[in-house]
Design a binder for this molecule. Structure first.
Ligand code: HAM
Length: 407
């Protein structure tokens, strides 16, 4: 029997991979235009990074990590996210001052797989370190918004909230805890257990949505500085023309956030797992990892979900498909393919020894725009080209083919 891919993982094959390619290229261009530089960190890390960074009592750390011991008995974990790694790398390299990094890669979470929720999934993200301005939050939110717009995802909106500063959060936590204690009888067993340690997590719980709807919201207990920051973020989003709505109970599933948190949703993508991406400000994280305070804001977008919400791309095919009318001229035809590729064109040739008709069929299946026929005309320095859209044929000089292909 042929081994199967593990549960919750996917092979991304053509033609579906074309959407991935479009999105990943678009993201890289976009991130560079905003001044972010490629940042690569390991796919596995010391488990402690996530228990300290993401938070011991989060769903991700409690239930979803792929943790294993290596041959020297170190506890390692396949990264469930990349933010903690980027901050670890920044601190570890002794960097100071503003750092803007982007990344793209697979993350791993042991979740119950379904459409858009995978055990290996792919994120693209940016992290903006050492910049406390609310305009940094706005910039990051804009990057995610642009990515979705450029990918053709329609009906995109941002859910926005603020968690306040750590002291506000502690006060809110107490208030929420006493509210939840009063409703303990209506809570799920998980929520009852959580409410003592980390009651904020109850706000994420789908099973407790009814109780949560009446719960106090963090925004009602934030201090003056956090409130001013939030006004700055809102003003910036208005300026940038990015639609958002305040989601007062959005807290997100990771413990490092303070102040701004956000998620992207699309009115036209209404799956159970509807966040196409999310992020926020995480000023506390560097200190949680034992470093000095470093202001920070970032986001990660879920590529597996975005491709589900993206329209199909225009079918793409080779600029030129070279076919061989005379098998004796194989070397010339191969040489021509090589020169077209050097000229920056997408050029192909069928390498089997098939009839002329069969080669044309392959060219059609590949959606080639132009077919160049290498035959007897070669002796006069020419080939016959056929424009596949309308079948029009012309004899053209060999060196003219690239120009014809670009028409
Ligand atoms: P997150 O909300 O856990 O945040 O993940 C970000 C996005 O990754 C989600 O909105 C979703 O689109 C996608 N995602 C998460 N889990 C899965 C899954 N199992 N299958 C498919 N897609 C998934 C973070 O990871 C933070 N590190 C974001 C961040 C960056 N905050 C600050 N900087």
């Amino acid at each position: 029997m042929i081994p199967q891919a593990p549960k919750g993982t996917d092979d991304i094959l053509p033609p579906a991979s074309e959407k991935w390619r479009t999105l990943l290229r678009g993201f890289e261009d976009l991130a560079r235009r905003y001044g972010y530089a490629l940042t690569m960190t390991p796919l596995f890390e010391a488990t402690e990074l996530f228990s300290r960074g993401v938070g011991e009592e989060t769903e991700v750390v409690e239930k979803q990590m792929y943790t294993f011991a290596d041959k020297s008995d170190r506890s390692l974990t396949l990264r469930p996210e990349a933010t903690a790694s980027v901050v670890r790398a920044y601190l570890g390299a002794g960097l100071q001052g503003v750092f803007k990094g982007y990344y793209a890669g697979p993350m791993f979470r042991y979740e119950q797989p379904q459409s858009g929720r995978r055990r290996q999934f792919f994120q693209v993200g940016v992290e903006y370190l050492a910049e406390p301005s609310p305009d940094a939050d706005v910039e990051v939110i804009e990057v995610g918004y642009r990515l979705l717009a450029d990918a053709g995802v329609t009906g995109v909106g941002v859910r926005l909230n603020t968690l306040g500063d750590p002291a506000d959060r502690a006060a809110y936590r107490d208030e929420l805890r006493s509210f939840l204690r009063g409703r303990a009888g209506d809570l799920s067993p998980d929520a009852r257990r959580r409410l003592e340690g980390n009651p904020l997590r109850v706000l994420d719980s789908k099973a407790d949505a009814e109780v949560v709807a009446d719960a106090p919201a963090p925004i009602d207990s934030i201090g003056g500085e956090a409130a001013a920051h939030f006004s700055g973020v809102r003003a910036g989003l208005d300026r940038a023309g990015i639609p958002y709505e305040i989601a007062p109970r959005l807290v997100r599933g990771l413990d490092y956030y303070n102040r701004t948190v956000f998620e992207y949703v699309s009115a036209d993508y209404t799956a159970a797992q509807d966040a196409l991406g999310g992020g926020g400000r995480y000023d506390p994280l560097a200190e949680m990892l034992g470093g000095p305070p470093v202001a920070a804001v970032g986001l990660a977008m879920g590529v597996d979900r975005i491709v589900l919400a993206m329209p199909d791309p225009e079918p793409a095919g080779p600029d030129v498909f070279v076919v061989l009318a005379d098998p004796q001229r194989r070397a010339e035809a191969l040489g021509m393919v090589g020169r077209l590729r050097e000229a920056g064109l997408w050029a192909e040739m069928d390498l089997g020894e098939r009839s002329l008709k069969a080669q044309f069929k392959v060219a059609g299946r590949r959606s080639a725009r132009l077919v160049a026929v290498v035959g007897d005309e070669w002796d006069e320095g020419e080939v016959t080209v056929r424009r596949m859209a309308d079948g029009e044929e012309s004899r053209v000089a060999i060196e003219e083919v690239p120009a014809w292909a670009s028409r």
